[in-house]
Design a protein around this ligand. Structure first.
Ligand SMILES: Nc1ncnc2c1ncn2[C@@H]1O[C@H](COP(=O)(O)OP(=O)(O)OP(=O)(O)O)[C@@H](O)[C@H]1O
Length: 610
């Protein structure tokens, strides 16, 4: 039943408007007039107050200032908070929304406003409903069951006067324009084959949020693997700079493709040292006998070689990259350009680590609200693909993980089973586990003293506004190269048979490993976590894997597991074939080196809230 609003709302007391004035309405043109604070960037900010009907709640006095909207219930005999059956309802609606949490406001024309929540829920025909002009404020709230998940919420305000509604919409719109860091133009890549083939559906579900937020999106649905890479690599910088960022609707592998398409031609920096650079130096100095290298199972410091920056890096100018070029070409994107990921893949570890959950709506909200976190990126340089291939440096970047042995085998197996969707990882994982293959290899890694790690060896989890990620680095490894400026870099070596070698850039939290591969890895502390799993009894390996799969497990607490926080490492295989897994993509490499670049890129994300 649609009623006319009660008569008292039509009576003007201080009528500032001639058309349909509403009692108690106040309009202040200057902040000082009502003792409010002016917005530092916008001294003309209006402070508005008007009586509205809040849909599903009742009559409220709505106030807008530079921070947001606030409302309080207006007590009147006809709006006493009772529903149509006379039951007293305690209003549950929040009484404020900050502009920083508002992503859109829309004028809704003439339509129904309901007096109480019960009326909304039950569509009770006896409940009071009015028809009036309306506007809707779009925001979010945290899910009650999973607080890291953000769910859409709206507040619809009704008023008899169209102009009043329109004025509020204009005012709120003006306040939203003052919110810093929100994107206006985005290039969106959609992988229709992600996960269970849900990329396009995922985009269709979240696209209205971008539309409402008045963000222009240019959307490209990929037609083949590497399509997004090719577009990113071939687009001129001046065209890319028209966008505030790039959004990937897909999984980690798809994001990796976009990242590589962006970085490969734009990020110019010195390569990390080759495995042979380190061995050559050690042999020349004579302080690290080969036998000791072979036996260095525990990475004891006595056996550690020192490597001066003058001696490593070892690349001829033709094969190295100039970090001065890097500064000019890459930093042009540095300040505002961001990447977003809307999860639609099989694992989505990067999204889980950067937003705290795996939810397309949460990721979309964090994009439209312009959130930002920095992300470390590992640069992996393959020197030789197979034992017989010639020296041919080939660079790839990884945002989450580089893994060998078990991880390489799982990705090799699962690629043949793409048709199975995300279940392929369970099937391939079981097969590879049963095979229990181990591989002979040698690893050298930069030794980091615990006082250089920002945590002093303590386990500190990465969270929203993380103090570790925000700390200035003690080491000189940074965006210009992980360790290239240090006078002395100490390398440790491990050689032997490994079930797996993993280098985690971030914690790699996912549904199979709720704490991730490394629970205390950070988004942008500038460190890699090298996890070496030596050949061990099958049952012990299973025990380690079950610890990984458990929340609060201790997967590192085994003698055969080594965990080294580092900035760079080199790898040499002694087998015929060796396959790595980079962010879920296969990467064949007989010899490689990797180094981390601290906070090399920014993501549209709020940071994990674990
Ligand atoms: N149109 C397409 N057809 C086939 N493959 C595509 C297409 N577009 C992209 N790809 C490829 O699909 C691969 C996997 O995509 P994506 O990472 O989105 O899904 P996933 O592997 O299921 O998820 P995750 O990486 O999280 O495990 C990427 O390597 C990408 O190159």
């Amino acid at each position: 039943m649609i009623n006319q609003p009660p008569a008292h709302l039509w009576v003007s007391e201080s009528a500032p408007f001639e058309v349909h004035p509403i009692s108690l309405m106040e309009r202040e043109q200057s902040c000082s007039a009502i003792g409010g604070e002016s917005h530092p960037n916008h001294p003309q900010t209006l402070i508005l107050k008007s009586i509205f009907f809040l849909d599903g709640f009742g009559e409220v006095l709505l106030t807008s200032n530079s921070d947001g909207l606030f409302w309080e219930s207006v007590n009147s005999p006809e709006f006493d908070g009772s529903d149509c059956l006379g039951i007293k309802l305690v209003p549950e609606a929040p009484a404020e929304v900050k502009f920083s949490d508002v992503y859109a406001v829309e004028f809704d024309n003439f339509g129904v406003i309901r007096k109480s929540k019960l009326a909304v829920a039950s569509s009770c025909i006896l409940c009071d409903e009015f028809e009036m002009y309306r506007f809707t404020v779009h925001s979010f709230q945290r899910s009650k069951s999973q607080p890291t998940q953000w769910v859409l919420t709206t507040f619809t305000f009704g008023h008899e006067d169209q102009q009043t509604c329109q004025m509020w919409v204009n005012q709120i719109d003006a306040s939203l324009l003052l919110q810093v860091g929100r994107p206006k133009n985005l290039l969106v890549f959609v992988n229709p084959r992600s996960g269970k083939g849900i990329g396009s559906r995922t985009w269709e579900a979240v696209a209205p949020i971008f539309l409402r937020a008045k963000i222009n999106t240019k959307m490209i649905v990929t037609e083949r693997a590497n399509h997004a890479f090719d577009v990113m690599a071939s687009t001129a910088d001046k065209d890319l700079k028209m966008y505030d960022g790039i959004v990937a609707v897909g999984g980690d592998g798809f994001f990796n493709e976009i990242l590589n398409g962006f970085l490969l031609s734009r990020h110019l920096a010195h390569y990390p040292p080759r495995p042979s650079d380190i061995i050559d130096f050690v042999q020349a100095e004579g302080n690290y006998p080969n036998e000791a290298i072979t036996e260095n199972v525990n990475g004891s410091e006595d056996q550690a070689p020192l490597l001066s920056s003058a001696k490593y890096g070892g690349l001829e100018p033709s094969t190295s990259r100039n970090s001065t070029d890097h500064d000019s070409e890459f930093s042009a994107f540095d300040t505002w350009f961001r990447f977003g990921i809307i999860p639609a893949g099989s694992t989505d570890a990067i999204v889980m680590c950067s937003t705290g959950c795996r939810d397309p709506t949460t990721s979309t909200l964090q994009i439209v609200l312009g959130k930002r976190v920095h992300l470390d990126i590992a640069q992996v340089v393959r020197w030789k693909k197979t034992p017989t291939s010639k020296f041919d440096p080939y660079v790839r970047y990884a945002a989450s993980f580089a893994g060998y042995g078990f991880y390489g085998d799982v990705i090799t197996e699962s690629e043949k089973l793409r048709w199975m969707g995300p279940r392929r990882y369970d099937y391939a994982g079981t097969r590879v586990f049963l095979r229990h293959s181990s591989y002979e290899a040698e690893i050298a890694y930069v030794d980091i003293k615990s006082e250089d790690t920002n945590t002093n060896g303590k386990r500190v989890l990465c969270r929203h506004n993380c103090s570790i990620c925000n700390t200035k680095p003690n080491l000189q490894h940074s965006r210009t190269g992980s360790h290239s400026r240090q006078d002395e870099t100490r390398w440790l070596k491990s050689k032997g048979r490994f079930l797996s070698i993993g280098a985690a850039v971030i914690s790699c939290r996912n549904e199979k490993a709720p704490d991730g591969l490394v629970a205390d890895a950070h988004l942008s502390d500038g460190f890699l976590h090298l996890i070496l799993i030596r050949d061990c009894h099958h049952a012990l390996y299973l025990w380690h894997l079950t610890q990984l799969a458990r929340k609060g497990g201790n997967p590192m607490d085994f003698k055969f597991v080594e965990h080294h926080k580092t900035t760079a490492f080199t790898f040499t295989s002694f087998g015929d074939q060796s396959v790595w897994n980079l962010d879920g993509e296969m990467f064949e490499a007989h010899q490689l080196s990797a180094q981390v670049f601290r906070g090399l890129i920014s993501l549209f994300a709020f940071g994990p809230e674990v």
